[in-house]
Design a protein around this ligand. Structure first.
Ligand code: UDX
Ligand code: ADP
Length: 466
């Protein structure tokens, strides 16, 4: 089937970049991204391309090239569903905050609402593609809602999980390691649906990198990929603590083990813990699925990845407190970085949030600088935890537009995101304007120890015991 019209429900970090790249690579397909969040759609339609709601290197240029030609952003969900032959569901699937599976299972209410809306609106056969990460067997739930509540039209459900990482989304989409499409190829209609999506990706991705599987394998592969990646970070973070005790350096260990081709060199950077919207959510989801099948050992195994991650954040803030003579009350501590990784404005599950919360509970004064995250986002992240009153957060935490200003008069700097610009700062100037002794807690291990110590700083590098 030759797809001419695509609709994507959800204009977020996944839907926005993915559809922009499809629009760029397939100029003959009209792509409409819809969202119920009017402000978000308005931001995607901004005249100024710096104001797009998602910051990703290279994304603004693609939106500039395609918007108004074959890429459209709209709040008219029904119209876009009606017109499209293929509908991607790319809405959020946060961890449940209530009821059964609270704190573990994925909340599928947004997905279900989409399915019901598609069923209500569709007057012709549609291919529905799951883009959001979903628990295994969600496709069957979507299918039954569509079939039971629809207008008698046929629906084919595909699973097409997204493997892009934020900060490199455009590159990941243009040159993915692989594309995964799960579908029911036991029927002719299912086979046609799978081929329709394969054809779209084939416009720019070599066929051998487009894998087709059954729906359940596809859904589970996404959870598995994220669990393995997160496990690597927790594994190296566990070693970082041993390194600090023994005098080894985790970067040397990473290099040494990464040269073993069976292990590989990527994703071995010790850090203040992983963040992002996927890792924790997907592992919790995996743990929940395992428990629901009575697989308690499997559940415990994966849960340990999360436990280690929490430990890494807590030990980082504990170390700041103990190094600053066991009290940070009234002391100014500067956070360089708030995003969960560099080159994104996304802060979901960022380690900075937990570390700030821990230090604010010790009555520290925190000053934050991040090149891309807005002050309102930072306050909403910390207020969301509900640890203390909104006014207290406002009084104890300030946000600066300038890194040097953020560091003035501060007792210590915590580097929490690996933004490249931090490496090029005038650290002499920063040192001069700080309280003495001046400390740097480098939670990303990005600065050069000798240079920083020669300036006069007391320098802690994550995973370095020297
Ligand atoms: C992840 C997966 O990589 C991606 O395939 C999936 O589609 C979504 O989830 P993302 O969360 O955007 O992507 O970023 P990623 O680069 O995976 O980083 C996640 C977290 O792990 C970040 O906080 C990052 O700083 C941290 N990390 C990563 C480390 O601490 N050390 C590493 O070596 C790598
Ligand atoms: P992700 O990182 O998975 O892209 P986001 O939270 O960035 O997640 O984006 C998901 C988007 O989906 C949000 O902008 C949200 O408003 C939108 N959304 C959720 N439910 C619906 C719905 N029923 N119809 C349209 N858009 C929806």
């Amino acid at each position: 089937m030759n797809i001419k019209n695509i609709c994507c429900i959800g204009a977020g970090y996944v839907g926005g970049p993915t559809m922009a790249v499809i629009a760029k690579q397939c100029p003959n397909i009209k792509v409409t991204i819809v969202d119920i969040n009017e402000a978000r759609i308005a931001a995607w339609n901004s005249v100024n391309f710096d104001d797009l709601p998602v910051f990703e290197p290279g994304l603004a240029d693609i939106v500039k090239e395609t918007r108004g030609k074959n890429l459209f952003f709209s709040t008219d969900v029904d119209k876009a569903i009606d017109e499209a032959e293929m509908i991607f569901i790319s809405v959020n699937t946060p961890t449940k905050t209530y009821g059964k599976g609270k704190g573990m299972a994925a909340d599928l209410k947004y997905i279900e609402l989409c399915a019901r809306q598609i069923a209500k609106v569709a007057k012709q056969n549609k291919i529905v593609v799951e883009k959001s990460t979903l628990p295994v067997r969600t496709a069957s739930a979507i299918k039954s809602i569509l079939d039971e509540t629809g207008n008698g039209v046929q629906f084919q459900i595909l699973s097409n999980p997204e493997f892009l990482a934020e900060g490199t989304a455009v590159q990941d989409l243009l040159m993915p390691d692989r594309v995964l499409i799960g579908g029911d190829t036991s029927t002719k209609e299912g086979e046609i649906a799978v081929q329709s999506l394969v054809n779209i990706y084939s416009e720019w991705i070599p066929k051998k990198q487009i894998l087709t599987t059954n729906v359940w394998s596809s859904e589970l592969s996404k959870l598995t990929a994220n669990a393995f990646l997160a496990q690597r970070v927790s594994s190296i973070n566990a070693m970082s603590e041993i390194c600090e005790k023994t005098g080894a350096d985790v970067r040397e260990v990473s290099k040494a083990i990464g040269m073993d081709s069976r292990i590989g060199s990527k994703f071995l950077n010790a850090s203040v813990g992983f963040g992002g919207s996927c890792f924790q959510k997907d592992i919790l989801n995996l743990v929940y699925i395992a428990k629901s099948y009575g697989l308690n050992e499997v559940a415990d195994y994966w849960e340990q990845v999360i436990i280690m991650n929490e430990h890494q954040k807590n030990r980082f803030s504990d170390n700041i407190v103990s190094t600053l003579y066991n009290t940070v009350s009234g002391k100014k501590i500067t956070f360089l970085g708030w995003a969960f990784k560099k080159d994104t404005n996304d802060t979901r599950e960022s380690s900075a949030i937990k570390i700030a919360d821990n230090l604010l509970s010790e009555q520290a004064k925190i000053s934050v600088y991040d090149p891309k995250v807005t002050p309102s986002q930072i306050y909403s992240d910390i207020d969301y935890l509900g640890t203390r009153a909104y006014e207290d957060n406002k009084a104890l935490l300030t946000v600066s537009k300038d890194a040097y200003e953020a560091c003035n008069e501060s007792h210590a700097i915590a580097i929490l995101t690996e933004w490249d610009e931090f490496k090029n700062y005038d650290w002499n100037r920063i040192y001069k304007n700080m309280q003495k002794p001046a400390f740097i807690f480098d939670g990303r291990g990005i600065l050069d120890k000798n240079t920083i110590e020669s300036i006069g700083f007391t320098y802690y590098k994550i995973g370095s015991g020297n």
